[in-house]
Design a protein around this ligand. Structure first.
Ligand code: AMP
Ligand code: GLY
Length: 421
């Protein structure tokens, strides 16, 4: 079988790398891919953008693709699965109507309230004056979210009222995120530790993947602006069997049952971004209708089973009879980012030293890179994810930090506390 992976980040490199190892897979195509997927054995890049749904459908037909796996949320929210299905092609992920769980935060909040799924108290606004009046009544700290997709930049966790007001004005009056910001969700700020709970869902059955946590803030100690994720690790020591049971009972099962009850049968990866309070209570911060990036990198490093077999089981409603094998080892993935990220940054900066560092238990997943002839150049904010496994989290962390020293990139930076909680 030939597989098509849609996307160009570290998550997609990890998916391509993992799928290429499957004995059932003849070739993996990645659209558009990056400098890492360009040279990964058994993998080939296609020059088609991840949001060019018509182009992807045509290519899947011409190339005889047996299964398409979608990495990022954009194409899912835009209806790529519906388009592939209409063309008689198998594409793994939720249909457009169910992907609204990520595509509209207001929709997700209404859904959670309707189905009794724990989430921060909130109100939704389209009118600036009403939003400002509400902010003044509730005070800070408070969280302001653009309703639609905003590439991870649409959430402002405000310590004071002035910051919250600026965020609301930017979105509702300043057109900061275009139509994605024409509706805002204002919600209570939760405290605790964040966990990424990611599962395969086949419409009814839920198969949790290995647990993971990511580090969203740019700087050591969780300081600085929010990013797409500066690193991740698996497993999360926080997710004990007891907590996993609670998450399944209180969040995942009610979510999948609620979707089905609303006529939105959910097939695909479902990612609940959770805040675990100090007393162990899980609350949903957000849903994503896809795998996490960079969580996928340490998770797939630990998966011993054939990923394509698990995805086939999910697509065919057989998740109740599969049992994936996970390595007992821990895994840590450190993101090397371009200077300036998550703000403006240069691209086209040479990235050196990667070829020398791969060894057993270490893998460099590329994110924002491209090959220019033989030269590897940066092409995005998150450039590579250096991933290592080891017997314990501390071993994996030490190995990953030793390896990342070999990567040379002008202005490149990384956090020094990935995998420390
Ligand atoms: P979201 O895209 O909704 O997950 O928000 C992005 C990030 O903002 C989350 O990963 C949290 O770090 C933070 N965040 C979102 N909602 C809240 C909340 N209600 N309380 C505290 N932090 C939040
Ligand atoms: N690492 C966060 C996300 O994928 O949304």
């Amino acid at each position: 079988m030939k597989i098509l992976i849609v996307g160009s980040g570290g998550r997609e490199h990890a998916l391509a790398w993992k799928c290429a190892q499957s004995p059932r897979v003849a070739e993996v195509l990645v659209a558009p891919g990056n400098g890492g997927t360009a040279t990964e054995p058994g993998v080939r890049n296609l020059p088609i953008a991840a949001d060019d749904i018509d182009g992807l459908v045509d290519c899947a037909r011409e190339e005889g693709i047996g299964l398409t796996i979608v990495g990022p949320e954009g194409p899912l929210v835009a209806g790529i699965v519906d388009a592939f299905e209409a063309a008689g092609l198998r594409c793994f992920g939720p249909r457009q109507a169910a992907a609204r769980l990520e595509g509209s935060k207001a929709f997700a909040k209404d859904f959670m309230v309707r189905h009794g799924i724990p989430t921060a108290r909130h109100r939704t606004f389209t009118d600036l004056d009403a939003a400002l009046t509400y902010l003044n009544a509730v005070g800070a700290p408070i969280v302001v979210k653009a309703d639609g997709l905003a590439a991870g930049k649409g959430v402002v966790v405000a310590d004071d009222l002035a910051g919250a007001e600026t965020a609301v004005r930017d979105m509702l009056a300043g057109n900061r995120f275009g139509s994605a910001g024409a509706t805002v969700v204002i919600e209570e700020r939760l405290t605790g530790t964040e966990v990424s709970f990611i599962a395969l869902v086949d419409g009814a059955n839920i198969l949790p993947l290995a647990s993971s946590q990511d580090h969203k803030a740019r700087d050591d100690g969780g300081r600085g602006p929010n990013t797409g994720g500066m690193g991740a690790f698996s497993p999360s020591p926080l997710v004990t069997p007891d907590l996993e049971r609670r998450i399944m009972d209180e969040i995942m099962r009610p979510t999948v049952a609620g979707l089905a009850a609303d006529g939105l049968r959910y097939v695909g990866f479902l990612y609940a971004g959770l805040m675990i309070a100090d007393d162990g209570t899980p609350t949903v911060l957000e849903y994503n209708c896809r795998l996490g990036d960079p969580e996928t990198q340490p998770i797939l490093m630990r998966l011993e089973s054939d990923l394509t077999g698990l995805i086939a089981a999910a697509a065919e409603g057989r998740l109740d009879v599969v049992r994936p094998q996970w390595s007992e080892q821990a895994s840590v993935s450190i993101v090397l980012a371009a200077g300036g990220y998550p703000g403006a940054y240069d691209t086209g900066v040479p990235v050196r030293g990667i070829a020398r560092m791969e060894s057993p238990g270490i893998k460099v997943f590329h994110a924002g890179t491209r090959l220019d002839n033989e030269t590897l150049l940066s092409a995005g904010g998150r450039v590579v994810c250096v991933t290592a496994v080891g017997p314990e989290l501390a071993d994996a962390r030490a190995k990953a930090y030793e390896a990342i020293l070999h990567v040379q990139m002008n202005g490149g930076f990384y956090r020094h506390d990935i995998g420390k909680q």
